[in-house]
Design a binder for this molecule. Sequence first.
Ligand SMILES: [Cu+2]
Length: 223
Amino acid sequence: MAYRASAERRLQSANKRARNLVLWGGLLALACNSDSTQPPGPPALVSKSGGDAQAWYYNNPLPTAFTVTVIDANATAVPGVRVDWAIITGNGGSLSHTVDSTDSKGVATTLLTLGGATTYVVTATVTGLPQVTFTATAAAPPVRDSVAVKDNFFHPDSVVLQVNDTVYWTWAGTQQHNVTFGPGMASATQSSGTYSKQFTTPGKFAYTCTLHAAMKGVVVVVN
Ligand SMILES: [Cu+2]
């Protein structure tokens, strides 16, 4: 009986060692598979990785570039692949690149500037692979925007308007607040009333209430 028990213990212990060996072998195999020094194979897939389906304003660059990623059959990024970009719908639009080459992460980009059309279709082509299609739409920017100064937030906290137009802030809370873009570009600190400012250059202009650091807003001025 004692002999049998000790034989079982030896067997269990041998099984444990065998399981450990299998486990380590598996981990080693995984480590070898993820060897990143393996050069990528030929391009197998082009996929969209950013910028599709933006709605923006006539005659302005989109906020985000169109981006594609090229991978091989093992999903490894392929650098140095030629990507041709073309506008197939959209009069007056233009692209920052009509030819780009994928970078070390397999990524190629182009930035579309909208023209006077309302709908745009842009293709990304890698020879021998299915084409990828991006869309964008354009509309006229708002000509005037109003912002409520509340306790303790701006509503809305982001507005878009066309260059040379004006934003109007109206105090709508009970506490004191201000609209401050920076030195020499600020409203009074007040609990009622209005403030307005004309914007004569395109860009993104952030502002805050200096009494309440969490009160933040931005004015986006487009062409
Ligand atoms: Cu405030």
